[in-house]
Design a binder for this molecule. Structure first.
Ligand code: FES
Length: 251
């Protein structure tokens, strides 16, 4: 297979294959052009546009946080996506009616940010980071295994993504917003099983359950001086594995 035309070239002038963009966020179609033959959409009348009451309340709460209601456009679209499963034309029209904006304004956002779905997808989003830190620790293999595992069910979307800001647990993924890592190939199957069973995903590898990013932080004094009471002292009962959930963690 020839290398995709990424524009990048090696020292000898031959096109370079930049693999991570194959499954990265900027996939073909993201810059879909507007249909200029259609009449522009106007601002819908909320009185004649049916909007689920909970969705309307969520959007109005978001708008109340900002002096300019347009600042709430992203959380409003995300709330609609959670209700409809994707940013369908109906979902966009509902948000537009509540926010008193044109659907085109919101459509421009929904088609730009790749955490919005512009087509029907499964209920669960798994973003596998394929950026440099994760890539160096086997992210491509994790991504392929995740896709293969998700093929068994229809409700899991696997999306390659750029750095998710949790390089210390590379290779990692975000599963419906929960960060998990470092991942193994076996973990990808567990993630799908957990999602299918409605369980917490990879509970022992969730970032929010780690005691510290530095695995030695709880056990050793800092280099700045002797241990400070209540700050540097190791937790009573802290085990050797820093990814084990805390007993007191109620999340
Ligand atoms: S490179 Fe994967 S989280 Fe930063």
């Amino acid at each position: 297979m020839s290398a995709p035309n990424t524009g990048a070239r090696g020292f000898d002038g031959t096109p370079l294959e930049v693999r991570r963009f194959e499954h990265g966020s900027r996939v073909p179609g993201w810059d879909r052009a507007a249909d200029l033959t259609k009449d522009p959409e106007s601002v819908r009348d909320l009185a004649t546009t049916p909007v689920p009451s909970e969705l309307r309340a969520t959007i109005e709460r978001a708008m109340a946080k900002y002096p300019d209601r347009r600042s709430a456009a992203l959380p409003a679209l995300m709330a609609a996506q959670q209700v409809h499963g994707w940013c369908s034309p109906e979902a966009v029209v509902q948000v537009a009616a509540v926010m008193r904006l044109t659907p085109a304004y919101l459509d421009a956002l929904a088609t730009f940010y790749d955490m919005f779905h512009n087509e029907p997808v499964g209920r669960h989003d798994v973003y596998v980071c394929t950026n440099i830190s994760c890539s160096l620790r086997g992210a491509d293999e994790i991504y392929d295994a995740m896709r293969e595992a998700a093929d068994r069910v229809s409700e899991v979307n696997v999306i390659g993504f750029e750095c998710l800001g949790a390089c210390d647990i590379a290779p990692m993924a975000s599963v419906d917003g929960t960060y998990v890592g470092p991942l193994t190939v076996e973990d990808t199957r567990t993630i799908v099983d957990d999602l299918a069973a409605g369980r917490e995903v990879l509970e022992a590898k969730q970032l929010k359950r780690r005691k510290a990013a530095d695995t030695l932080a709880a056990a050793q004094p800092t280099s700045a001086g002797p241990p400070m009471e209540g700050v540097d002292a190791p937790d009573e009962g802290a085990g050797p594995d820093p990814v084990q959930p805390k007993e007191t963690d109620t999340e």
